[in-house]
Design a protein around this ligand. Structure first.
Ligand code: ATP
Ligand code: MG
Length: 359
């Protein structure tokens, strides 16, 4: 089987380091790998509206921002179809048909939806659209017959839900839909990168992000005010690594070559960790090291972003063309789905022969 990839991001803000290690880096690798035939990259504006419906301008303004983030990390629009979810109407239609295959109690049990409902304080006034967004995610994935979905850990329950829908659909109707598989980052610490405040996930909605487009000064401020070990007061005090966000980030971003470049007195992260735990390494020192690493990763991304900002008409064309191509593909799947569901009245030969007007 040929590998087809679908992933996406909500245009609720600019993309951050969690996106980078959780999914974007993997996508850039995959686009250059001959084992993958097609990649679709979706800007999930319809999904973003399920909890931002009263703030449409926020979603609208972030469409181009997310596209710029994609291009600046190295997504190649000649290899990848970048599109906008709302412009592919087949996705909405598929969602409607899949709704029959899912129970309300199953949706209530989805742990990601549960925690996002709490986070947003919806209590008993959950918008129906938000409650059912795992179903629309199943439509997004299956419309492109994607079998590979690179995501962060928080999305695993969504892929489970999609698998159930695929299974049920293929069982009841016909073997039309392809079973997807989630692909998590290769480095475990990147499954769910914490926020700069130590909260368990860096997330646009929590305001604890380092954005890919942050300039050097902003980056420095954010790193310098990061959460470490509250009991590590003097340099000589032994320090804790667990729950120390600076070390979590070092686990996610640091390579041996960074020591050569920025901290030659240590060979690798293990040595630095051992010294910190024993006592004798100050928080400022490790924060400066992390800042240097992150700045060296973000600098080429900033430069590329700047280039694309100067040719925004080109970015607009990429989105327009990508949305048209995605629509064509999704319409093909929608037709197969409608055939399988027996709702293809005006293109079905049997139906036409039986009922159409004859001389
Ligand atoms: P929002 O707060 O609006 O939900 P978000 O920051 O959670 O935004 P999404 O657009 O929901 O970002 O997520 C897009 C993709 O990035 C998903 O695959 C998700 O798993 C991944 N991702 C988001 N945040 C992180 C993180 N902190 N660590 C690892 N992966 C992440
Ligand atoms: Mg999210």
């Amino acid at each position: 089987m040929e590998n087809i990839i679908l992933t996406g991001d909500r245009p609720t803000g600019k993309l951050h380091l969690g996106h980078y290690v959780g999914s974007l880096k993997e996508r850039v690798k995959m686009q250059n790998d001959a084992n993958y035939k097609d990649m679709y990259l979706m800007i999930a504006d319809s999904q973003a509206l399920t909890d931002n419906f009263s703030n449409p301008n926020k979603v609208r303004d972030n469409i181009i921002e997310v596209a710029l983030d994609y291009l600046s990390v190295g997504i190649d629009p000649n290899k990848v179809t970048i599109f906008i979810q709302s412009q592919v109407s087949a996705l909405t239609e598929l969602t409607f048909y899949y709704m029959n295959l899912v129970t309300v109690s199953r949706l209530k049990r989805n742990p990601t939806v549960k925690s996002e409902i709490n986070l947003r304080g919806f209590n008993n006034s959950i918008p129906a659209g938000f409650f059912t967004y795992p179903i629309s995610q199943a439509a997004d994935i299956t419309a492109f017959k994607a079998n590979i979905v690179p995501v962060g850990e928080d999305q695993l329950p969504m892929i489970e839900q999609t698998k159930e829908i695929v299974h049920t659909f293929n069982n009841i109707y016909d073997e039309v839909l392809v079973m997807p598989h989630a692909v998590l980052p290769s480095n475990k610490v990147c499954f769910r990168l914490p926020g700069t405040d130590g909260k368990n996930k860096m997330s646009k909605s929590l305001g604890n992000c380092i954005y890919l487009s942050d300039d050097s000064d902003t980056l420095k401020k954010k790193v310098m005010s990061m959460y470490t070990d509250p009991n590590h007061i003097r340099v000589d005090d032994p320090g804790k690594i667990e729950g120390n966000v600076v070390f979590t980030y070092l686990d996610a971003f640091c390579e041996d070559e960074h020591f050569e470049k920025f901290m030659p007195e240590y060979k690798n992260l293990e040595q630095l960790k051992a010294h910190y735990q024993k006592g004798g390494v100050g928080d400022i020192k490790i924060k400066k090291f992390l800042y240097n690493i992150l700045d060296s990763i973000l600098e080429p991304i900033r430069i590329k972003r700047h280039e694309y900002e100067g040719k925004i008409g080109y970015v607009y064309e990429i989105l327009k063309k990508g949305s048209k191509k995605a629509s064509d593909t999704a319409n093909e799947t929608l037709n197969e789905v409608k055939n399988a569901m027996r709702i293809n009245y005006f293109i079905d030969k049997d139906f036409i022969n039986k009922y159409s007007y004859k001389e």
